[in-house]
Structures are given as C-alpha cells and as structure tokens.
Design a protein around this ligand. Structure first.
Ligand code: HEC
Ligand code: HEC
Length: 171
C-alpha cells in the first residue's frame, strides 16, 4: 500500500472508531472482546472434535479455504453436505476478522501478510507474539494437548473473550 493510502485508511478507521465511541457502541474495555455470534449449524458441526473457534479469529480468505477443504481437515475428514457447508461459510465470512470492529480481530488480521492464507489461528503472527512466553512443553501437557486448544487456558475462549483475567493454565 502507498503511504498516502495507509494514511487514508488510518484516518477512516479513527473516524469510525470515534463515531462508535460517541454512540456508545463499546462498553468500557469491551472493544477487545469479540461480539457474541451464533449459528446453529456452525455450533453443531464445528464443535464435535474441538472447541468452537470464534469467526473473528481468522480472515475471510482463511475460512473460505478451510471450508473448501473439509475432506482433508488437519488429517480428518470433516466433510459436510453442500447446503450446510455454504451456510456455515457465509456465517464465518460475515463475522470474520477482516469484517470486525473489535481490536483483537483487527490486530489478528493486520498481523497476517496479505499474501498469506493461514488455516491455523495458532500460526498467525499475532498468536505467536502473544504466546512467546508460553513454553512449547506447556502446550503439549496432557491437560492441554496443543496450542489449538485455546479453551484449556482461556476459559471464555468460545465467547471470543481472551482477556488476561480469564487465563488459567492447567497443570
Ligand atoms: C472430524 C473432526 C473435526 C471436525 C468435525 C472439525 N474439525 Fe477443525 N480441526 C480438527 C483437528 C484434528 C484439528 C487440529 C487440532 C490440533 O492441532 O490440535 C482442527 C483444527 C481446526 C482449526 C485450527 C486451530 C488452530 O488454530 O490451530 C480451525 C480454525 C478449525 N479446526 C475449524 C473448524 C471448523 C470451522 C469446523 C466446522 C466446519 C471444524 N473445524 C470441524 C478436527 C475437526
Ligand atoms: C497453554 C495455555 C494457552 C493456550 C492453549 C492458549 N493461550 Fe492464549 N494466552 C496464554 C497466556 C498465558 C497468555 C498471556 C500472555 C501474557 O500476558 O504475556 C495468552 C494471551 C493470549 C491473548 C492476548 C491477551 C491479551 O489481552 O494480551 C490472546 C488474544 C490469546 N492468548 C488467544 C489465544 C487463542 C486464540 C488460542 C487458541 C488458538 C490460545 N490463546 C491458546 C495461554 C494460552
């Protein structure tokens, strides 16, 4: 992006943020929390093998790529019929990190190079920088399993709340 374009984007986002603040769109400190979102098919189909990942954790291009490759989903076959898949895809796209106003989603989105399409939240630069003090051996604990199991340490992860007061690392 050209410098002057970045400047325009910055000004636009500051303006829309203050408009939201002025209208009381954010509760105090609430701008970090992702909004509550729900879709019955998403809840039913995407929580069988792991926690529900808030759509605000990845940009739309990541969700689209993932939803088109469900037959080879991290070594599992998570295929869906076309209608269900399309409904969930629309829901994820509508609420994705690049369509969100909350600060957390914007930071995740901004951390990903525009040329990259990560399928793992746990491999985004934002995630890596926020967890650089958590040793790899901690993520591998039996009580945790892997970095993908956010809810093991972030008790309110499925609600899109990753605030520090909600962190507890199991032994
Ligand atoms: C049949 C089991 C299964 C189903 C159903 C399933 N997944 Fe997964 N998913 C996995 C496995 C296994 C992993 C890798 C977990 C790990 O590395 O610990 C994974 C990983 C992920 C990750 C990456 C997590 C990270 O940051 O490392 C995302 C995002 C994800 N799944 C989204 C979805 C969505 C959206 C759906 C519903 C359309 C879904 N999954 C349904 C098995 C499943
Ligand atoms: C082993 C436990 C553990 C797991 C699993 C884990 N986290 Fe964290 N996370 C932490 C700790 C500890 C911090 C706080 C680091 C600090 O304050 O320096 C943190 C910080 C964060 C923050 C920043 C909080 C803030 O306000 O500064 C976000 C966002 C976050 N994690 C998201 C995730 C997501 C998304 C996942 C799953 C894909 C995940 N975490 C998995 C332990 C974990």
């Amino acid at each position: 992006m050209k410098k002057w374009m970045q400047f325009l984007v910055l000004i636009t986002s500051i303006t829309s943020t203050s408009a939201l603040l002025a209208s009381g769109g954010f509760s105090e400190g609430g701008d970090k929390k992702m909004p509550t979102v729900a879709n019955a098919k998403w809840k039913a189909e995407c929580s069988g093998c792991h926690m529900l990942y808030h759509p605000g954790l990845l940009p739309e291009r990541s969700w689209s790529k993932m939803m088109l490759g469900l037959d080879k989903h991290f070594g599992e076959n998570a295929s869906l019929d076309a209608a269900t898949r399309d409904e969930i895809s629309r829901f994820l796209a509508l609420n994705s990190a690049d369509k969100q106003d909350n600060r957390r989603s914007s930071r995740i989105n901004q951390s990903i190079p525009t040329s990259a399409i990560p399928l793992r939240i746990s491999e985004t630069p934002y995630f890596i920088s926020k967890h650089d003090e958590v040793p790899a051996t901690t993520f591998k604990r039996k009580s945790i399993g892997s970095a993908a199991n956010c809810v093991a340490c972030h008790q309110a992860a499925e609600k899109g709340d990753f605030s520090e007061s909600q962190i507890r690392i199991p032994r």
